[in-house]
Design a protein around this ligand. Sequence first.
Ligand SMILES: NC(=O)c1ccc[n+]([C@@H]2O[C@H](COP(=O)([O-])OP(=O)(O)OC[C@H]3O[C@@H](n4cnc5c(N)ncnc54)[C@H](OP(=O)(O)O)[C@@H]3O)[C@@H](O)[C@H]2O)c1
Length: 254
Amino acid sequence: MKTVDFRLDGKIALVTGASRGIGEAIASTLAEYGAHVILVSRKQEALDTVSKKIGEAGGKSTPIACHMGKMEEIETLFKQIKDTFGRLDILVNNAATNPYFGDLLNADENVWEKTNGVNLKGPFFMTQNAAKLMIESGGGSIVNVASVNGISPAPFQGVYSITKAGLISMTKAFALELANQNIRVNALLPGLTETKFAAALFTNDDIYNYAVSRIPMGRHAEPMEMAGAVLYLVSDASSFTTGTCSICDGGMLI
Ligand SMILES: NC(=O)c1ccc[n+]([C@@H]2O[C@H](COP(=O)([O-])OP(=O)(O)OC[C@H]3O[C@@H](n4cnc5c(N)ncnc54)[C@H](OP(=O)(O)O)[C@@H]3O)[C@@H](O)[C@H]2O)c1
């Protein structure tokens, strides 16, 4: 009988936004479970620091700077992956941006283009490139880090919430199209997690207290509390699971 298998030995994984926060927690967990992790974000130096920490803990990683809003950088990244590793087994689209805190009626084209570029266009072409490589080697697993805001938009975060709803839809569309290629595509929907990304919520008592009041567990999450769900989704432990959303939100969406 098949046993439950969370190990990732021999797998090549790519995590975007791996230089800090939720992405760093995911990357270090996948490395701990045996994957060689390609660490991606815009800043090489920050990635080098994470790679060093992973190495000190006995894991393997390769840090490569790449901007998720720049198509030519995504193409160069995949050429490098193909030349160096010849395969990709796991992709975690985690990087995102939220440059605008305000109402939808005043959001300008620049905000729309930037948020969509990094949060939707980037993951779309990352997935397209990754899936082509995965098909060559017989399959793989992709996780998109969306947000509870993709289901229930947060005040003054409308543009960001729209991109996260789009990412949930993209997860299902790719899951449907790639299921017969042995490629599974799922989403993680984090709730309030203490990272630089959410700093605006943590530095204002009124906003923080409002956000926590919506969470039945009565607290925010630490980045590592998101990593276990991703490990499950990328490993063979979830071998019959595709097109789903794993919601880690302390009960907010109940
Ligand atoms: N924190 C929360 O409460 C929360 C809740 C729901 C969902 N999420 C989602 O969780 C994911 C991770 O967020 P986080 O909270 O961990 O944020 P974070 O700590 O600010 O980390 C964001 C990461 O993305 C990278 N990044 C940003 N823009 C990029 C770009 N254009 N190209 C490549 N990399 C880029 C950053 O590194 P560089 O600066 O080096 O590029 C960094 O590694 C995001 O998708 C976010 O929407 C977070």
